[in-house]
Design a protein around this ligand. Structure first.
Ligand code: M6R
Length: 615
């Protein structure tokens, strides 16, 4: 069984810099871009000629900026910065990073699992200032440091269990940042302005679109002249350079009040970017993705493994694949799959879906699937991410950076990619002919066009959400593919509005849940499927009869009596299997406006972070 990072979860954003610019600005700007990874507290260390100046603040990067205003006389060209998602120890200034021990100042993303044992072993208890697992790393590096920084780092990591990405400053080595990682991500770049390292490329995009992933088991050394990788013997390792197509504007709000709203509105373009390059004569073609048809030929079963929203996209994929390709497709929650005993062999295609490409449970599932001999295919948004690199094959979604914690455009492009994959599989397996696939693709394109229509509903949805602001509980119901979509509608709403919500297969309500439907309880009913439409309407009547406030989503042409709903939103007339993409947009807007009305932090909901890089 594949085991990684066994306890807790820690996301955090980290940045390091050495170069010609004022370090404070680079670090603070970088932290603002990385804030979606954690926002409990933030801190930076600026290396000056005389010392290493640490500033930390509880709260977001704004709070740190206010503190830094009082330190404008600190001038530095090198430093490290951190935004925290607390795991070990509460949200306090002592627990915020950077941590200092002797000559060492350090920031960390990850979890050191044996920190307690090390703390006891070295008998330095009285010197620790925090409850974090991180501080022992600073202690150990300082303990081993005798003028050779890389040696001290290697000796330290040899003692550590768990995951880490460290950026380290040594008081007596001016303007150099040392970095090392295991599991937790780090990318680096050298640009005109100097050398940079960060948890992800969004923090570096203001300076460069070219970067590399820091390989495990190497030390990255940043100076104002280079970003260099060293192996254990101190030999230089050449990095594999990557390039992203998007630039700084893609990672900014561009006039929208929130990233989430901007990303909702970016969906037509994200879908186009993802689909268009893969279509040849109306048929999906993965030649440029280097995915040969031969990998599909022997496939007898499919497992789709992912977490959260990505897993919900998988639920739609399952319906499409089973219907069109006629092979069994199961959707597995990655955190369950990795500890189960899945029945997998070389005839199994395991599709892992992940926006970030770093979600630890999805990654562990991928590794397990490979170990068991499956062919693995990643559907991933972030280029060069671990899941993308480790999958046998990868289909990148081209949604551009997704900053809001609530995933929106990543979800619809994942669905669209699964549609393409289904069509290619059907072609190879000969369950559909070319003509049928041409027609299917035309339907997909139509559904992508309909996203624009859903976006036009924004003002009406905004108005409607006034009736949801005081809700304590809320239910989403649907049948078939609409039920799969309900699961996504529910997670979206609860994660940013903090209203308790659940998704139910509409026919299942009578088996328990309907007892929770009382006067005024909102029910969002998705009824876009012709084949089960009348059944859905009966289910809606059942909740209406018990006082529910019904928000109904159907296709335009579907006839419904007014007594059945309180609010009604429609999508255009499109084929049943392709309704989730435009209908998802309506659900995203409902979640968004409900959160805004409740005065919440839409982009950074409490307790969450964008990228779940440890269990
Ligand atoms: O980066 P991933 O797609 O692997 O992330 C998976 C989930 O953590 C993610 O989809 C999460 O559920 C979203 N915040 C939901 O909006």
């Amino acid at each position: 069984m594949v085991q990684m990072g066994r306890k807790g979860k820690n996301m955090c954003g980290i940045i390091g810099y050495s170069g010609r610019l004022e370090a404070r600005q680079v670090l603070v700007n970088g932290l603002e871009q990385l804030e979606y990874r954690g926002y409990d507290s933030a801190g930076i260390a600026q290396m000056t000629k005389q010392s290493v100046e640490v500033t930390k603040a509880v709260g977001n990067v704004g709070a740190l900026k206010r503190k830094l205003e009082k330190k404008e006389d600190v001038i530095s060209r090198c430093g490290i910065g951190h935004t925290r998602w607390a795991t070990h120890g509460g949200v306090t200034e002592e627990n915020a990073h950077p941590h200092q021990f002797g000559k060492v100042t350090l920031i960390h993303n990850g979890i050191i699992e044996n920190y307690k044992k090390i703390r006891e072993e070295y008998g330095k208890e009285q010197f620790f200032h925090s409850q974090t697992d991180t501080e022992i790393a600073a202690m150990l590096i300082d303990f081993f440091y005798d003028g050779n920084p890389e040696e001290a780092i290697w000796k330290t990591v040899a003692q550590l269990e768990g995951s880490y990405a460290f950026c380290i400053l040594f008081e007596d080595i001016p303007n150099v940042v040392y970095c090392i990682r295991r599991i937790s991500p780090l990318v680096a770049a050298y640009a005109e302005e100097g050398a940079f390292v960060a948890s992800d490329i969004t923090a570096l995009i203001a300076y460069t679109q070219d970067y590399f992933v820091v390989p495990e088991d190497t030390i990255l050394v940043l100076t104002d002249e280079k970003a260099e990788l060293h192996d254990r013997e101190g030999e230089i390792v050449e990095p594999d350079l990557l390039h992203v197509k998007w630039d700084l504007t893609a990672a900014q709000k561009n006039g929208y009040p929130h990233y989430m709203l901007k990303e909702i509105h970016e969906q037509p373009e994200a879908l186009h970017q993802t689909i268009a390059p893969r279509i040849k004569a109306g048929i999906p073609d993965f030649e440029e993705d280097q995915i040969p048809d031969s990998i599909f030929e022997s496939v007898q079963q499919i497992k789709i493994v992912a977490c959260g929203t990505a897993m919900h996209a998988g639920l739609i994929g399952k319906v499409l694949i089973e219907k069109r390709v006629r092979i069994p497709a199961e959707v597995e929650i990655a955190s369950e799959f990795r500890y189960a005993s899945p029945i997998i062999d070389q005839n199994t295609l395991v599709i892992v879906i992940s926006q970030s490409g770093e979600t630890i449970d999805t990654l562990a599932s991928l590794r397990l699937a490979k170990e068991l001999g499956a062919v693995t295919l990643g559907i991933v948004n972030v280029k060069g991410s671990t899941i993308a690199r480790e999958s046998d094959y990868v289909l990148y979604t081209h949604a551009g950076p997704e900053i809001a914690v609530a995933s929106t455009k990543a979800y619809t492009v994942q669905i669209a990619t699964l549609c393409l994959l289904t069509m290619r599989l059907a072609l190879v397996k000969k369950t559909l002919g070319r003509g049928e696939i041409n027609r299917d693709f035309a339907l997909l394109k139509e559904s992508m066009e309909c996203v624009k229509r859903s976006l036009l509903l924004d003002p009406q949805i905004q108005e409607m959400t006034a009736c949801l602001t005081e809700a304590k509980d809320l239910f989403f119901i649907g049948r078939g593919i609409d039920y799969a979509l309900s699961c996504e509608g529910s997670i979206k709403l609860k994660e940013i509005s903090y209203i308790h919500s659940e998704a139910y297969a509409a026919g299942e309500l009578k088996h328990g849940t309907i007892s929770l439907i009382t006067e005024g309880v909102p029910v969002i009913a998705i009824a876009t499927q012709e084949s089960v439409f009348s059944k859905m309407i009966s289910n809606i009547r059942e909740v209406k009869a018990r006082g529910a406030l019904v928000i109904l989503i159907t296709k335009e042409s579907m006839q419904v009596e007014e007594s059945v709903f309180d609010y009604h939103f429609t999508i255009p007339e499109i084929a049943d299997d392709y309704t989730p993409i435009p209908a998802a947009v309506i659900l995203q807007l409902i979640a968004y406006h409900t959160s805004v009305r409740r005065g919440l932090n839409v982009d950074q909901p409490r307790n969450l972070a964008k990228s779940v890089t440890v269990e």
